[in-house]
Design a protein around this ligand. Structure first.
Ligand code: AP5
Length: 182
């Protein structure tokens, strides 16, 4: 059973939903950089104040900051982990590689959740999170295409990529993921 997983995909592809389901089933750590940053905002910490406006605009916060969060959470004691929302660009992918070498826990599989743009826009508008308005969604999708999408090829070249059609019901997606983890 694979224990070191990563979810890649556009905003609204279902990364968080699937990662949460899996983390509950297998007691793995669900490490969502977006979720951790939103908690900082909720708690009104210095970090939260620093990132609030950036996140509300749908832009990426700095690589250094998210790396710090990842380092704080990934360690040798984790029974397994699922990264969701990290890495988002090549620089973050390289940093992640260094961290994983340090803790001697290599990435085992990357699930790429593929979804048509019109479906993700509908899903996000329905959800209505603070950054789920039309303008911000457009920014997030554009940044995703420009900086995150190249990681699909990056992980393909490392023979880690598993393609998942994410435009289906939750259960079918999760069943396929579990099968591919075995
Ligand atoms: P983040 O929280 O990572 O947001 P995101 O990537 O835009 O992803 P979403 O949470 O919108 O979508 P998801 O794929 O997780 O889908 P979900 O399961 O929620 O990041 C937010 C912000 O934080 C960024 O914009 C940036 O500012 C900052 N940030 C985070 N990480 C960073 C990093 N590494 N570097 C720099 N900045 C970073 O599902 C979406 C909706 O669809 C839900 O309502 C769900 O119920 C529904 N749904 C899910 N699956 C299905 C299905 N199969 N059928 C129908 N509905 C479904």
């Amino acid at each position: 059973m694979k224990k070191q997983l990563l979810f890649l995909g556009a905003p609204g592809a279902g990364k968080g939903t699937q990662a949460e389901l899996l983390s509950q089933t297998y007691s793995y750590l669900h490490l969502s950089t977006g979720e951790l940053l939103r908690k900082e905002i909720e708690m009104n910490t210095i970090l939260g104040k620093e990132v609030k406006a950036i996140m509300n605009r749908g832009e990426l916060v700095s690589d250094e900051l998210v790396l710090k969060i990842v380092r704080q959470n990934l360690n040798k004691d984790n029974k397994g982990w699922i990264l969701d929302g990290y890495p988002r660009n090549l620089s973050q992918a390289n940093s992640l590689n260094e961290v994983l070498i340090e803790i001697n826990q290599p990435l085992e599989v990357v699930f790429y959740l593929d979804i048509p743009e019109e479906v993700l826009i509908k899903r996000l508008l329905l959800r209505g999170r603070k950054d789920d308005n039309e303008e911000t969604i457009r920014t997030r999708v554009n940044i995703y295409k420009k900086t995150t999408e190249p990681l699909i090829q990056y992980f393909k070249d490392l023979s880690l990529l598993e393609y998942i059609n994410a435009d289906r019901d939750l259960k079918s997606i999760s069943a396929e993921i579990k099968q591919k983890m075995a």
